[in-house]
Ligand binder design. Sequence first.
Ligand code: UGA
Length: 439
Amino acid sequence: MKLTVIGCGYLGATHAAAMAELGHEVLGMDTDPDKVAALNAGRAPFFERGLDELLTKHTASGKLRFTTSSAEAAAFADLHFIGVGTPQKPGEMAYDLTHLFAATRQLAPHLTRPAVIVGKCTVPVGTAPQVIGILREFAPAGDQVEVCWNPEFLRESHAVEDTLHPDRIVLGFTGENTRAETMIRHAYGKIIKSGTPVIVTDLATAELVKSAANAFLATKISFINAMAEVCETSGADIQPLAEALGHDPRIGRRGMRPGLGFGGGCLPKDIRGFMARAGELGADQALNFLREVDSINTHRHERMLDLTREQLNGVIKSKRITVWGAAFKPDTDDIRDSPALAVAQALHQAGASVTVSDPKALDNARKIHPQLDYAEDPIKAAEGAELLLHLTEWPEFTRIDPADLATRVAVPRVIDGRGTLNRARWQAAGWTHRALGRP
Ligand code: UGA
């Protein structure tokens, strides 16, 4: 099949490469010429394991190409996936849908043949009818342009795998036609044949599934972090507690790792955008608990700062602190809403001398926080440190020998914000070890 993917960020670039891997002819479209040039050269403008290999393979095979032209996209195919970003509006809880509406508006005048537009981005419920409104106003093909909502559930750091092997495919339609469904089922043919469940529903439900899924995931993380707070005040240990809960299949272990909380470009803004939309719909009461989920999450940063102060005998000013981690989670260079950087920045503001190390995210961190010090090598970053904070659980950090590291730091003192450093090993190597949620 021929298809396009409009918007080539984390979602779109991965979707385009994955669609080529499934055997389709794909044209990716993005307004940023630098991004398009990098993608055409087989390089993603961000780090995502396995993606460069797919981009290289399919730009070379001729199955995948990128352009900045909406006209070219409209001429190329009749199936268009839209994967542009829907960030949080600055200073507000609501989504900024500017990119989505602009992309639709740019494509619409070129839609002279029957076409199917598939929305993949995360949006507040009720957005698809606005997209349809723009298409009706500006697309020459009129109501021959059909719209489907098909939310994406990929996780950064597992994006390729999640796109090629999703847990489920959700398709929302207006209910007026079946042409769109036939085309999309064809596009996902290989995935569907492999047994992936397909849920066909209306537009609003499809939009809402994504909001509900991310709200649930965020709630699960804040739940276990709330338990960690209770552990901290009662002398209990969150690690065996989480393990014990996880053995109940109704609760499950996945997505319930306690620690510094959730960040990234999705969960924080999605729960806020969901609350904002519920408020507009008069259903704010139903989502009041998400305010608590958000506040438990940010409270983890404060708790980390308290522990830091406590370990430094009440004085943060002028202390040499090393932070391991800048990315919002391991295996990505994404620093959006990164809990690690929020803590590093707060310590800098409190007068500490902070050096941050991260295997992939330092370039991005430098651009946003030029005031912090950075070191590629986590061991060099820790030289002379009076306190080490482990804030993003990269496997690179857990592999470091604490005995060797103890000889490099000024004081062998560590706070584990992610619970993945082996406490017994670090203590045996002479470290004072503290961890969120542990006695
Ligand atoms: C999240 C969802 O997991 C995806 O299903 C969804 O498609 C995506 O948002 C999206 O809306 O596009 P992602 O933001 O890539 O994916 O990352 P997650 O793996 O969910 O992690 C989010 C944050 O929660 C990270 O900061 C991570 O460290 C933290 N986390 C995750 C925990 O603190 N504990 C956990 O058990 C899991």
